[in-house]
Design a protein around this ligand. Structure first.
Ligand code: HEC
Ligand code: HEC
Length: 427
């Protein structure tokens, strides 16, 4: 197991000068480029600078820079130096940029902190439809956590079932007494392609360890009104990552799913130099940081809806929900391609979208319903049946949840209820 692990908690908060060292100062200014790729040497220099900071008081405290491991599977998350635990917070290291999506994947109501980091002098290349083309060295992280319930003991299984942003501060910091960290997943871009690494947080919440075999975490989800629901939260094993991230069966390569123009095209609050939050479009911010090139004019960039935003049309919200939750499998090239059901937001052919579409297999997985979507009739549609189910042989998505996403199902029901027409007797 871990031979050169380092505890994630480093006690040096007294000597920190928080504002001096954040990427956030670049909300307006593009940082200077040109430093070579990271190396152990740079990490060492960082450690020396840190020691100097400790002696001289409030100087820019330089935690060791992010470490891109070009090979191997580091046993501890802290070996990547993406995060820093200080002052009761999980903070992001320099140039580790938080991002959010217009609509996100449902995972048993877990909250997620997503970050991206690229070596200095490199950038991702823009694409209008597919995931951006990221440079070798890119590290994308997704940390799954739940807000804690006030007054519950720290080791309690009970966590808050909510869809807000409790526990997360602008800039992607997490308040450790308010959240329960479960896992951090990494996608790392190496010469040979993307590698997927699952890390699971320890009970002390000080470190996350590589868990190739996944994990099962029993939880009780408690909503604001006090109603409780048991969840068997599943950390996928390393092979299961491919079930969703190999979204093109012809190449069999891992791909990121979220960092596409249409999902990232939204505003995010970034902490500014003076501590005030600065709201900026994420893609513009990536470009300012040197993380993105080839970005066209704002009006030419696609965008999907936030499925929770009642101001958007039900159609736009439902299509955004199906895009991020289903289309990595349900596309012409994806692992769900045999179904003939395509669910990305740019699909326009009604049959492809499931309207009056006969399922490829009858029986168990259909709930004795005839079509994927029966216009106007959510209760007769296979789509809702499989979204409601928690039976592993029936449920959709096939992986990644143990409870039903009530609000997501409600939206899809509303979307189907608003559709007109008859399916006829074609089946
Ligand atoms: C059920 C399908 C599914 C499985 C299984 C899955 N992922 Fe993902 N993952 C997604 C989707 C969809 C997104 C983008 C949406 C989001 O972040 O909410 C995503 C996002 C990510 C991201 C952020 C970058 C990106 O691609 O958007 C990382 C990192 C990641 N996953 C790593 C992993 C690892 C490691 C595993 C295996 C332990 C894994 N994932 C298993 C569906 C899955
Ligand atoms: C991890 C990959 C994966 C994800 C994610 C996924 N599906 Fe599927 N889906 C499949 C596969 C594979 C099939 C074909 C085998 C089967 O019917 O179980 C399928 C079949 C279906 C069918 C039957 C379609 C037909 O015409 O035969 C429906 C309906 C469906 N999925 C809905 C969804 C919805 C809605 C979502 C998102 C909320 C979703 N799926 C997410 C893999 C996936």
């Amino acid at each position: 197991m871990a031979t050169r692990t380092r505890p994630a908690t480093r006690r040096r908060s007294a000597a920190r000068c928080r504002r001096c060292r954040r990427w956030t100062s670049s909300v307006v200014d593009r940082p200077s480029r040109g430093r070579g790729p990271l190396s152990r040497l740079v990490a060492l220099a960082g450690a020396v600078a840190l020691a100097a900071g400790l002696v001289s008081g409030c100087r820019p405290a330089h935690p060791p820079p992010v470490a891109f491991h070009a090979e191997g599977q580091p046993e501890s998350l802290s070996e990547w130096h993406l995060f820093d635990m200080a002052d009761g917070r999980l903070e992001l290291n320099e140039r580790v940029l938080p991002y959010d999506l217009n609509s996100a994947l449902f995972t048993d109501y877990a909250h997620k902190l997503r970050t991206v980091w690229m070596p200095e002098g490199t950038s991702a290349h823009y694409d209008a439809n597919e995931a951006f083309d990221f440079p070798v060295g890119t590290i994308i992280s997704k940390t799954f956590y739940y807000p804690r319930i006030e007054g519950e003991p720290r080791d309690s299984q009970a966590v808050l079932r909510s869809q807000g942003h409790e526990g997360q501060l602008p800039g992607g910091q997490l308040e450790l007494d308010k959240v329960r960290l479960l896992e951090t997943r990494l996608l790392v871009r190496r010469e040979s392609g993307w590698v997927a690494l699952p890390y699971v947080w320890n009970a002390e919440q000080t470190e996350a360890r590589l868990m190739r075999a996944g994990d099962l975490v029993p939880l009780t989800l408690v909503d604001a009104s006090g109603s409780r629901e048991e969840a068997a939260y599943q950390v996928p094993d390393q092979n299961q990552c491919a079930g969703c991230h190999v979204s093109d069966l012809s190449t069999r390569e891992f791909q990121p799913i979220g960092p596409k123009a249409r999902h990232l095209n939204r505003d995010l609050a970034y902490p500014g130099v003076d501590g005030e939050a600065v709201v900026a479009n994420q893609l513009a911010q990536w470009q300012r940081m040197g993380y993105l090139d080839g970005l066209p004019e704002a009006s030419a960039v696609p965008r999907v809806a936030n499925w929770q935003d009642a101001a958007e049309s039900v159609d736009a919200r439902a299509r955004a929900y199906l895009d991020i939750n289903c289309s990595h499998c349900h596309s012409a090239a994806g692992p769900g391609n045999t179904s003939g059901l395509w669910l990305a937001s740019d699909v326009s052919e009604p049959l492809r979208l499931g309207r009056c579409k006969l399922p490829i297999a009858a029986g168990h997985g259909t709930g004795d319903r005839r079509f994927d979507i029966v216009p106007g009739k959510p209760d007769e549609s296979i789509l809702t049946y499989r979204m409601i189910s928690t039976d592993p042989g029936v449920m959709m998505p096939e992986l990644g949840r143990s409870v039903t996403h009530a609000e997501g199902v409600e939206l899809i029901r509303e979307w189907i209820a608003a559709q007109h027409g008859e399916c006829g007797n074609t089946g």
